[in-house]
Design a protein around this ligand. Structure first.
Ligand code: SF4
Length: 406
């Protein structure tokens, strides 16, 4: 690497960057020192992270072609930045019926999608009697049981690979979902306890307690579930707390080997929320956090940044990321509905300009697909049917499988 770039770093930052480039694992103190980057140190970290990415991975940047299925937008928690969740007296509140779920999944399949991302609020039946009644109409007592049934239906009838993101789940619930999905996910978001205190964005969100989330990610590891997690930046945490969250994810991955990707997601302020006037992280801040994620997690980890949450997302490729996450040709980002997905061909051209081939991946990453321990035997044939010899998405020409309601 160009020594001129490294010379922009003060010694406390230069030592960890050199260690990472030599293939060494950063100590917690080394990693935390990176949180102090300022001025010209920012582009130096981006450059180092990009070099590390290129050493660990082929010149390929990936995305997953998906449909977004917001199974229910009811949630027992209240987060100050969220516009996804509604209370049951709001006309926008909705729990999808099986017919609605199948129609979206099938429409996505016909557009070549291979992932069905199920997103939903945390355990809404604990707060809303009306939701309990809706679940009973669908033949279920809990949201989790309904979710498992919907994953099974989508897998069976469309072949799309479910990726549930259902918040905090117990061991049995995770296990049941493992039998009908290819991977699962939940953002760690932050390890800052302060954010759960009075006035914090998670004050009224018991499921956002860091210890609760870390325990759930650990359970997923014990159950050998390929798992997607990440951090949300700009909700009141400090730069050091961001690095602490990355270190916590690294510890869990070291113990269980199950974290297949780490997302660095930037907070976007939304109208009509308590955080509507809060400042958003800028591109430099986002890129530096992506770079630190790469330096902390190492060359082999997939580091993802969503392309639809930055007006100018191309520069993110300079900061060590290798994945854009899910991109849908059909459904909006229901968590950030104001942020449209980029056009996939535009994304391909942008990657090519930067020297990378854009490739479609499955929701489960190739290294987990290759390890039978990480896939339920009932799901394995479905996953393999969609994978090419490298474990990325096979080019399939969709044929109609089911009738879709007009
Ligand atoms: S837990 Fe998720 S869905 Fe529920 S309020 Fe918080 S961000 Fe929204």
């Amino acid at each position: 690497m160009d020594q001129g770039v490294l010379s922009a770093l003060r010694p406390p930052l230069r030592a960890p960057v050199e260690a990472a480039l030599e293939g060494r694992r950063l100590s917690a103190d080394q990693a935390l020192a990176l949180a102090d980057a300022r001025g010209a140190e920012h582009p130096a970290l981006w450059a180092a992270a990009a070099v590390l990415r290129d050493r660990g991975r082929s010149p390929v940047v990936t995305y997953s072609r998906k449909v977004f299925i917001p199974l229910t937008n009811l949630c027992r928690d209240i987060c100050s930045y969220c516009t996804f969740a509604h209370t049951d007296d709001d006309p926008r509140a909705h729990t999808m019926s099986p017919d609605e779920v199948l129609a979206v999944a099938e429409a996505g399949r016909q557009l070549g999608c291979k992932e069905a991302l199920f997103t939903l609020g945390d355990r809404p039946e604990a707060r809303f009697a009306s939701h309990k009644a809706a679940l009973r109409r669908f033949g279920h007592e809990t949201t989790q049981s309904y979710l498992a049934a919907m994953c099974a239906m989508v897998l069976e009838k469309t072949g799309l690979l479910p990726h549930p993101n259902a918040g905090i789940l117990g061991r049995r619930e995770l296990s049941e979902l493992r039998e009908v999905s290819a991977s699962q996910g939940m953002m760690l978001e932050s390890v800052s306890e302060r954010l759960c205190g009075p006035g914090g964005p998670h004050e009224h969100a018991p499921d956002k307690r860091p210890a609760t989330r870390l325990a759930m990610i650990r359970r997923a590891g014990e159950l050998r579930i390929p798992f997607t997690s990440g951090i949300l930046i700009g909700i009141g945490e400090t730069e050091r707390e961001r690095v602490e969250a990355l270190l916590a994810l690294r510890d869990l991955h070291d113990a269980h080997g199950h974290i297949q990707e780490v997302i660095v997601q930037n907070f976007r302020a939304k109208p009509n929320t308590p955080m509507a006037a809060a400042g958003e992280p800028g591109l430099v801040e986002l890129m530096t956090t992506c770079a630190i994620a790469r330096l902390v997690m190492g060359p082999a980890m997939s580091i993802q940044a969503p392309p639809n949450l930055s007006a100018d997302y191309g520069p993110l490729l300079l900061s060590g990321i290798n994945d854009w996450g899910g991109v849908s040709p059909l459904t909006p980002d229901f968590v950030n509905p104001e942020a449209p997905w980029p056009d996939i061909e535009g994304l391909r051209a942008l990657c090519a300009d930067a020297g990378y081939e854009l490739r479609e991946r499955l929701t489960i990453y190739p290294e987990y697909l290759a390890d039978d321990d990480f896939i339920d035997p009932g799901v394995r044939p479905r996953v393999r049917a969609l994978a090419d010899e490298q474990g990325l998405a096979r080019d399939v020409s969709p044929e109609p499988l089911v009738e879709v309601a007009a």
